[in-house]
Design a protein around this ligand. Structure first.
Ligand SMILES: O=C(O)[C@@H](O)C(=O)COP(=O)(O)O
Ligand code: ZN
Length: 211
């Protein structure tokens, strides 16, 4: 099986799994994957991640030109902005996962570091999560704002919208997005309680061990 066929199947399977577990809804969310020759496969615009067709995925060349398949996600520029700043990124996941979206709409969160280090796994998979100011979906300024943060952050949270997460592979990007969503859920569950988060030393130790 060719690299591209495997990649197409992986996008379809990942989309089905995320949608089936309620991690995004309707036709929200988009996925992309970088192929070895520098081109990209992306989910088409206005499709359910639960119902992707491998033959209709959008293909873009290394310059971001749409070369085959259905019209790409309106966030293709945002995905490309992430890849351009992160040469090691192999995939990008964007979802409207409920708890992450809820946190992205809270008035009093720290835009430089949205979620506290509640667990080691969050620190290992996500790290420091900045909030990207609100822009309408698909707005070129949204892609620009993500691009500005992307060299330092593989995961960002779009205000009143949802997470965007890059990873070395589609699995890595997906695991990190799921970890972000679960931590957002824990954060909301713990509202109003005195919380013992990891200390700065504990976070530094995790960064040293797990990069
Ligand atoms: O929120 C939006 O409109 C987009 O960011 C999105 O999640 C789905 O858009 P398409 O990928 O263009 O369907
Ligand atoms: Zn979206």
């Amino acid at each position: 099986m060719s690299e591209e066929t495997r990649a197409r199947d992986a996008l379809v399977e990942t989309g089905r799994s995320l949608f089936g577990r309620g991690l995004t809804f309707g036709s929200t969310g988009n996925l992309s994957l970088r192929l070895g020759d520098g081109s990209w496969l992306m989910t088409p615009t206005n499709v359910s991640l639960g119902d992707l067709d491998p033959a209709r995925l959008s293909k873009l060349d290394g310059d971001g030109r749409h070369v085959s398949g259905d019209k790409p996600t309106k966030e293709s520029f945002l995905h490309i902005a992430m890849y351009r700043e992160r040469p090691d990124a192999g995939a990008v996941v964007h979802l409207h996962s409920t708890h992450s979206v809820a946190v992205s709409a809270l008035a009093d969160i720290d835009p430089d570091d949205v979620l506290p280090p509640i667990t080691a796994y969050y620190v290992m998979r996500v790290g420091r999560l900045p909030l990207v100011p609100y822009f309408p979906p698909g707005d070129p300024d949204l892609a620009g704002a993500v691009g500005k943060l992307a060299s330092k952050h593989h995961a960002v949270l779009l205000a009143n919208h949802g997470p965007v997460v890059a990873g070395s592979s589609l699995a890595a990007a997906t695991y990190a997005t799921e970890e972000l969503e679960e931590t957002a859920r824990l954060f909301l569950l713990l509202q109003g309680r005195a919380v013992r988060t990891l200390t700065e030393d504990q976070v530094a130790e995790l960064r040293k061990r797990f990069g």
